[in-house]
Ligand binder design. Structure first.
Ligand code: ZN
Length: 292
């Protein structure tokens, strides 16, 4: 099972989150039969979403991350709860693009220009919504910019998804470093200089380093303290009940027309592709329940 950890460094003045999400990204690839481009793009979003979700406090809290770009992938949606059940989908899951000039998957071009939105439903009347422009479409930079402008939290964000020649995910993971308000100026300078030189996340993982090693390397503090540890996974919480609302939104007439034309009314979950089918009687019952 994939693992996420939270650490404190430099005498509790720096917060670090790190996640190994290799299995999760492979799973989302398998569920949606994603291209390499789509796998890398949604994988990076899922990695950061998992780290943000680990900061949710209450059991019922929910997180949604939306990346809306004008590139060929179009939109990416990732949802998570505080139990770290993660689900997501890409509008155009099979799009592929040539590698970029560095020989890497061109996530930036796949996403394009647009917005990054983070919605936290934390049991208040209105959910917290933070949004910013996409800086590069590379996701790591975009989230760093988001934390800076939307949450006023300067952050280093590193994410990576490495896909093997066989199309399987070899390594996927990331880290976020956030100096807390009491952090000394010299520590911030040190963090910046380390992170400019630090190899890419997936390269560190390829060298066999676990997230503890990576957190130590990325901060330059070998005495980091682990303060939280949890498992994370891809898991959908869809149900017949939730899908019913989609049919109600269609309206009775349209729902019955689709049923008559196709001999069935089948709706699949966007997140996990599970199919839910309804017969004529069930459609009738659904709407008569609504009318009551
Ligand atoms: Zn589902």
């Amino acid at each position: 099972m994939d693992k996420i950890k939270k650490y404190l460094a430099y005498n509790k003045s720096v917060r670090v989150l790190a996640v190994d999400a290799t299995q999760m990204v492979q799973e989302i690839r398998d569920i949606h039969n994603l291209s390499n481009l789509a796998t890398a793009a949604i994988g990076r979003v899922m990695i950061v979403a998992t780290m943000i979700a680990s900061t949710l406090k209450n059991k019922e809290d929910r997180l949604t991350v939306q990346v809306k770009g004008d590139g060929p992938l179009s939109n990416i949606t990732v949802c998570a709860n505080s139990n770290l059940d993660i689900k997501g989908y890409v509008t155009n899951p099979q799009v592929e693009l040539p590698l970029n000039s560095e020989g890497k998957i061109d996530v930036s071009k796949g996403i394009g220009l647009g917005t990054l939105t983070v919605i936290k439903d934390i049991g208040l009347k209105e959910p917290y919504i933070g949004t910013c422009e996409l800086l590069s479409g590379e996701i790591g930079d975009d989230f760093a910019y988001y934390f800076n402008v939307s949450e006023q939290t300067p952050s280093v964000v590193s994410v990576g998804v490495l896909i093997g020649k066989d199309g399987n995910v070899k390594h996927a993971g990331g880290y976020i470093i956030q100096p807390l308000p009491e952090c000394k100026e010299e520590v911030i300078d040190r963090l910046e200089s380390i992170n400019i030189k630090l190899p890419h996340m997936t390269q560190l993982m390829s060298e066999g380093r676990n997230i503890d090693d990576i957190a130590k390397n990325a901060t330059g503090d070998s005495d980091i303290e682990t303060v939280y540890e949890n498992e994370c996974r891809v898991k959908c919480d869809c149900s017949q009940k939730r899908i019913e609302s989609t049919i109600v939104a269609l309206g009775k007439e349209d729902a019955l027309n689709i049923y008559k034309e196709n001999g069935k009314l089948e709706i699949s979950c966007n997140f996990c592709n599970k199919k839910y089918s309804f017969n004529e009687q069930e459609i009738e019952d659904l709407f008569s329940k609504q009318e009551k």
